[in-house]
Design a protein around this ligand. Structure first.
Ligand code: COS
Length: 378
């Protein structure tokens, strides 16, 4: 395994870093307050290819390897985890299409993402969170397609998505054997946006309920066979969890940087607080833990790139460790900065709030530990 960054990766990481430093970081506090990403910034992200960076080369995208994508999502996470989440949701929604879609579906989906239309992955329901197989959204067979009825909740990009990859049950009796995936469009009759969440963190990313009321989806929009949905969902999460790990490392890195800069500027008892051993210990632990999380995330991405059969378990480890690290490091950053860290004038408390959801979404860290425990055998 090689941790060195080649010149092509460096070029693209530097490009995203510039966008992060010039366009995202200066807007982060305002986006956190307003609870939305400005159209102007979204347009910059679309035109610079940041919202479509996971599109494969075969469908007109940059065709970046998972190892490179990991570096880019870390950079976005360092800038603003909410913005990173908006972009990562396009990638999350693309996996079911890549895993089980037809060539026509793939072309249609990726053409849309490349043209700047946003996507959402709609699995979770009020009664189906950790128990993903308990989806009750119903897909009733009708002439030429299906009628979808049900409510999805906590859907990232819900209010701004044009394409929605939605999981519904084709069996009246429910159960994972009936779970099926469909590609819905926000313009379809019977589709509407429900409650928009007022969240603790990642506030630049809009999250909402999606309501399907006898929404007609043509047969050609079914992704994979009827009943394949649970497997597709699990394989999707196996792919996407490393990305959550990468965004988490970005949050930890941003918190570490903020704490170090502060500790070298802030004076108490006539000296910089960075000269106190107790502060040094906090900084050393933050730096060490961030590096360890980064190494695990990079290994998970590398294994995915090599299509290693254990990459799903490694992605669960990376997501779990990196998000726990982001939570710990951002909390310590607030401690290093004291009252100034607790104030909304600085970003340290935002990092703490953003880190919290990393331990929750795309499977709680309790679920990750379950996946890990079931996946290790010697
Ligand atoms: N890849 C492919 N297939 C998988 C799989 C994977 N990673 N994990 C499970 N499966 C298959 C199993 O092989 C099994 O198939 P068979 O019945 O044909 O043998 C089937 O799926 C059911 O597996 P299992 O019994 O392990 O499923 P559980 O209902 O016990 O659920 C967990 C497993 C808890 C791991 C799953 O529900 C989960 O990941 N929940 C969290 C969901 C989540 O992350 N939600 C976040 C919102 S989405 S952003």
């Amino acid at each position: 395994m090689d941790f060195s960054i080649n010149s092509q990766q460096k070029e693209i990481v530097d490009l995203v870093k510039q966008i992060v430093d010039r366009e995202i970081r200066p807007r982060a506090i305002d986006m956190d307050r307003s609870g939305k990403i400005p159209d102007e910034l979204l347009q910059i992200l679309v035109s610079s290819g940041v919202t479509s960076m996971a599109v494969p080369a075969a469908y007109g995208g940059p065709g970046l390897g998972v190892d490179t994508l990991g570096l880019l999502y870390e950079e976005l996470g360092r800038g603003c985890a909410g913005v990173a989440t908006v972009c990562a949701a396009n990638a999350l929604a693309s996996y079911p299409v890549l895993i089980a879609g037809t060539e026509e579906q793939k072309k249609r989906f990726f053409d849309s993402v490349l043209s700047g239309r946003m996507a959402a992955f709609a699995l979770t329901e009020p009664g189906a969170g950790s128990d993903a197989g308990a989806v009750s959204c119903r897909a009733e067979k009708t002439e030429g397609g299906y009628r979808l009825t049900g409510i999805k909740c906590f859907i990232t990009n819900g209010p701004i998505a044009d394409q929605i990859v939605v999981f519904a049950n084709t069996r009246k009796t429910g159960g994972i054997r009936g779970l099926t995936v469909f590609l819905a469009d926000s313009s379809m009759e019977g589709f509407s946006i429900g409650k928009i969440e007022d969240k603790m963190g990642i506030r630049a990313s809009a999250t909402s309920e999606l309501i399907f009321d006898h929404c007609f989806v043509p047969e050609e929009n079914r992704i994979g066979r009827e009943g394949m949905g649970f497997r597709i969902a699990m394989e999707t999460l196996d792919h996407s969890r490393a990305v959550v790990g990468a965004v988490s490392v970005g949050i930890a890195q941003a918190a570490l940087e903020a704490a170090v800069i502060y500790a070298h500027q802030r004076k108490q008892f006539g000296v910089k607080v960075a000269s106190f051993e107790m502060v040094q210990q906090m900084i050393a632990d933050m730096a060490m833990e961030t590096e360890a999380a980064r190494a695990l995330v990079q290994k998970a991405c590398w294994m995915q790139e090599k299509e290693d059969p254990q990459s799903g378990v490694m992605a669960a480890m990376a997501k779990c460790l990196a998000s726990d690290t982001a939570m710990k490091v951002s909390t310590t950053a607030v401690q290093v900065m004291g009252g100034n860290g607790y104030s909304k004038e600085n970003q340290a408390e935002k990092y703490m709030r953003d880190a919290k959801v990393m331990q929750i979404y795309e499977g709680t860290n309790q679920i990750q530990r379950l996946v890990i425990a079931n996946g290790v055998s010697y």
